[in-house]
Design a protein around this ligand. Structure first.
Ligand SMILES: [Zn+2]
Length: 384
């Protein structure tokens, strides 16, 4: 019943009875139970042709709050929302990811607590979702991986039980996910037609896949979509951190572009970004050529993935995609060149509409889904 009310599929007692084929009296009892629990409200609803307007059931904004964080070495985005998905507060902050999990998770806990205290101290915290730039195991640990599978800033995090740590610190259920998965989920939840493929080109290159049903593909080890080391540039002699040559991340990431232009990264990524933005704005030919080459490689990789997944939307995110329009047009050109027409006829290729908010908004979507899935509902109803 709560799922029907939440999705808006059935928002009155009569509709619920119709949809569930339960007796009106049974529905009445259950609805009264939900009203007493404070999870839903029942108010005068819209117009009707004759008689009393039907009373409309809605999830109560007072029933709880959720929190989401998209943690990144340069900027961490936080948001809290009520159980209807209405964002109550947002914040951009710096979390010292490179200082290791203890310090970083301590700071993250403090920032989330401060946001909750300031904007939702009267409501119970129902779920927290945290995105990290690394593959995450199904139980919320960073994987024990060689350096090549995660951002270099996370070198001290191998095997950290992040979800368990935060659950103890915040006294609420916590889901930890790969940051690009959350970005994909954010775009899919904000009107981008699915199935959806999100490719983030930043310090490295990662991708996230959301099915037509809205499910994220995570794989057996949480590493699905980790495409940084796909061999794309067969003529490249740039040696990747993994020891191979021609890896996608070593030729088409934002870091690779900076490296080739002798701009330091990641020692001072913001300074590097300013320097690169100035070169782009001044139309420096070497810079523009390098960016277009990165876009072509990115498009070649995208064409492979598109022919495997057959998405309706491809979204480009990360610092590289934000540089200039050449990136989007370069990716489009390579995809149309390499993928068969069947795959591109109805495909939309676009840059992220949510920009740097994609991850945290995807986090809110996931936190709401987890609050109202079977385990979440059991917790919600037993908590009263
Ligand atoms: Zn590699």
């Amino acid at each position: 019943m709560l799922a029907l009310v939440r999705s808006g599929e059935a928002t009155s007692r009569a509709e619920i009875a119709r949809r569930t084929s339960l007796a009106r009296s049974t529905v009445g009892q259950q609805v009264n139970h939900l009203l007493t629990s404070g999870l839903v409200t029942e108010d005068e609803g819209g117009d009707t042709v004759r008689g009393r307007p039907p009373r409309v059931l809605r999830i109560s904004p007072q029933a709880g709050v959720i929190a989401a964080a998209d943690v990144d070495g340069t900027a961490t985005h936080l948001a809290i929302s009520d159980l209807t998905g209405k964002v109550l507060a947002r914040e951009v902050t710096t979390i010292p990811v490179e200082a290791g999990p203890e310090r970083a998770l301590g700071d993250l806990t403090a920032r989330i607590r401060a946001l909750l205290d300031g904007h939702a101290s009267d409501r119970p915290l129902r779920h927290v979702v945290v995105g990290l730039p690394a593959p995450i195991t199904p139980d919320g640990c960073t994987v024990k991986a060689p350096i090549t599978l995660r951002a270099a800033t996370m070198s001290g995090w191998d095997g950290t039980p992040v979800a368990t740590h935060l659950e103890q610190a915040l006294s609420a259920p916590v889901t930890v996910d790969n940051d690009v998965n959350l970005m994909a989920l954010g775009e899919a939840a904000h009107d981008a037609p699915g199935p959806l493929l999100f490719i983030k080109a930043g310090a490295g290159i990662g991708s996230g896949v959301v099915t037509a049903e809205g499910t994220v593909l995570r794989g057996a080890d949480g590493a699905a979509g980790d495409i940084n080391h796909l061999r794309i540039a067969h003529d490249s002699d740039v040696v990747c951190a993994c020891g191979h040559t021609g890896c996608l991340g070593s030729v088409a990431s934002y870091r690779a572009v900076l490296n080739d232009l002798d701009i330091p990264f990641p020692e001072d990524p913001l300074h590097g970004s300013r320097q690169l933005a100035e070169l782009v704005a001044s139309g420096d030919p070497t810079t523009l050529r390098r960016i277009r080459r990165a876009a072509t490689h990115l498009g070649e990789a995208a064409a492979l993935l598109i022919q495997f997944q057959n998405p309706r939307t491809l979204v480009l995110g990360g610092l590289l995609a934000q540089l200039n329009d050449d990136v989007l047009s370069g990716v489009r050109a390579a995809v149309y060149d390499r993928a068969a027409p069947l795959f591109t006829r109805k495909l939309t290729i676009t840059t992220s509409t949510l920009g740097d908010q994609a991850g945290v908004l995807g986090g809110i979507t996931l936190a709401l889904d987890r609050t109202f899935d079977n385990d979440g509902l059991t917790r919600l109803l037993n908590d009263r």
